[in-house]
Design a protein around this ligand. Structure first.
Ligand SMILES: Nc1ncnc2c1ncn2[C@@H]1O[C@H](COP(=O)(O)OP(=O)(O)OP(=O)(O)O)[C@@H](O)[C@H]1O
Length: 504
């Protein structure tokens, strides 16, 4: 079953509904691009047609597109390689003569589309943010930045761009889109049912199309009674929920059940994923995995952008999609298994907080409650990288530990390279400690050059015998690092001081 939001994505600007003013302004921006050469920001809520408008415009103009998504790693380097090259690829005779419905230069124009431009601080590294501003200022090709929240973009970027707001799509504009979809899919409808879906989606056309698809799954008509609204008032347990999705309920009902379970979409998806093969036939499972993969993409976007409004698209796919992948209802009893990652992630969590507690001299409870959330925030997705390396070195974390704290995938190259650098850093620190000890023994005084890192910790120890006491008297293995020395020395007064300086 194809995803209707993709199947019915507008292919020309005239099919983008409900934002006529924005659409006209956008077309005008493109037509006059050779005169002003500025990038444009399309901003507005999720699912109102910004990305569709960008692709539709390129189609209308006969321009190619180059797209860089939030899920791509958008460091300065990557931006330069992908977008920069395209953006600077201006033709020598780059004027807009001929070609394309809008008169653009089809032979050479490339529309550079950058998604999630408002997430520059949270998601891009610093190099990425300034690379984008530079790109926008120097581009030889038209650039469209897409953002949910215009004012989350840096002032520099805002000043360097034009701006077009996409408003929430009114129910009045959503209903005809739903009607068109029904006609194309051969589905009879009660107008009130479509009206109800439109109103329930508060301006989000993508959500409305998803709901229509869920509600009409396996039928050829839709009535008001088919459109379930409102949450169930009782929280639903996980096992009844799995029965609902994998065995009993229609797509629409399964979606409502998902809303009634008191779990995040990430966890729901893992439960479903972990159990689907015990219930589904192979052909059903193939279809179900397509939806789970989609759900995973949306969850990735949530993690990358912290935009939790994408959660519902993950739920649409994981619950309604997986239910729709089933051929009819199923019976019987199934021993549902708990997703395995939970126990291992609990074990990893215990190990990580144990290491933090040992290195910092605080209790495990404090490490869990006070220090870990702080580390999770400052090293989210391994950014900034240097800080993540320093943290991994300070607490001697393995890949599972780094992945757990940062929320990055354990098997990624990024995490592996961070752990490698952290180990190199620990070895350097150990060597530095040894040098300091040697210098002290040979010369009878502290050698300035001997140990910049160890001197700080040794001095804080208040122990002039220096690096030897600071470096090797420790019984715990984490004591080799300067960070462990720092924190252990201060443990009595302050056990929640695992600040940046602790492991820098
Ligand atoms: N204004 C619209 N007209 C027609 N279809 C739309 C419109 N807005 C959304 N859609 C439908 O919803 C889908 C998603 O829209 P699109 O990706 O363009 O939204 P968006 O505003 O870019 O959202 P996001 O910020 O989440 O990327 C489209 O593929 C299309 O099916």
């Amino acid at each position: 079953m194809a995803d209707w939001t993709e199947k019915y994505r507008p292919s020309t600007l005239s099919e983008v509904r409900g934002n006529d003013k924005a659409r006209d302004a956008f077309a005008e921006w493109a037509r006059s691009w050779d005169d002003h050469r500025e990038a444009v920001v399309l901003h507005g809520s999720p699912g109102v047609g910004k990305t569709s408008a960008a692709h539709a415009l390129a189609n209308d103009m006969g321009w190619e597109t180059v797209e860089l998504n939030a899920s791509d790693q958008r460091t300065a380097d990557v931006i330069e390689r992908f977008a920069g090259r395209a953006a600077r690829n201006a033709t020598l005779g780059g004027s807009a003569a001929g070609g394309g419905a809008g008169g653009g230069d089809t032979a050479s124009r490339q529309l550079v589309i950058l998604d999630e431009a408002d997430n520059i601080h949270g998601n891009y590294d610093r190099g990425g943010a300034s690379a984008i501003t530079k790109l926008v200022k120097e581009s030889g090709q038209p650039i469209v930045l897409i953002a949910n929240d215009y004012y989350d973009m840096s002032r520099g970027l805002r000043n360097a761009t034009q701006e077009i707001e996409f408003r929430d799509v009114s129910a009045r504009s959503i209903v005809p889109v739903l009607r068109d979809v029904c006609r194309k899919e051969g589905i009879e409808f009660e107008s009130d049912a479509l009206q109800q879906i439109a109103e329930g989606n508060r301006g989000d056309l993508r959500g409305a199309i998803n709901d229509l698809q869920a509600a009409t799954q396996g039928r050829d008509s839709i009535t008001v009674a088919d459109v379930v609204t409102g949450d169930r008032d009782k929280a639903l347990g996980l096992f009844p929920f799995l029965d609902a999705v994998l065995k009993e309920e229609s797509a629409e009902e399964a979606l409502q059940s998902a809303y009634a379970v008191d779990e995040t979409p990430d966890d729901l998806m893992r439960w479903i994923e972990n159990n689907v093969l015990d219930v589904y036939e192979p052909t059903e499972a193939v279809r179900a995995y397509d939806f789970l993969a989609n759900a995973d993409v949306w969850l990735g976007r949530v993690r990358a952008t912290q935009n939790y409004s994408y959660w519902r698209y993950a739920t649409d796919n994981a619950a309604a999609g997986v239910a729709a992948a089933r051929d009819g209802e199923k019976g019987g009893w199934t021993r549902y298994g708990r997703p395995q990652f939970w126990s291992s992630s609990d074990a990893t969590a215990d190990e990580v907080v144990g290491k933090i507690a040992a290195a910092s001299g605080c209790s495990v409870a404090t490490a869990r409650r006070e220090v870990l959330p702080f580390l999770e925030t400052v090293t989210h997705h391994c950014k900034p990288r240097e800080l993540t390396v320093a943290m991994a070195a300070a607490y001697d974390l393995e890949e599972a530990g780094v992945a757990f704290v940062t929320g990055s995938g354990e098997s990624t190259n990024k995490v592996a390279s961070i752990v490698e650098d952290a180990q190199a850093r620990r070895e350097e620190l150990i060597e530095e400690h040894a040098d300091g000890a040697f210098a002290l023994g040979a010369a009878g005084r502290r050698d300035d050059a001997a140990d910049a890192a160890a001197s700080e910790s040794a001095d804080r120890d208040g122990d002039d015998s220096g690096a030897i006491a600071g470096g090797s008297d420790r019984s715990d293995s984490g004591g080799d690092s300067a960070a462990a020395d720092d924190s252990a020395s201060d443990e009595e007064e302050d056990d929640d001081q695992a600040g940046l300086t602790d492991f820098m």
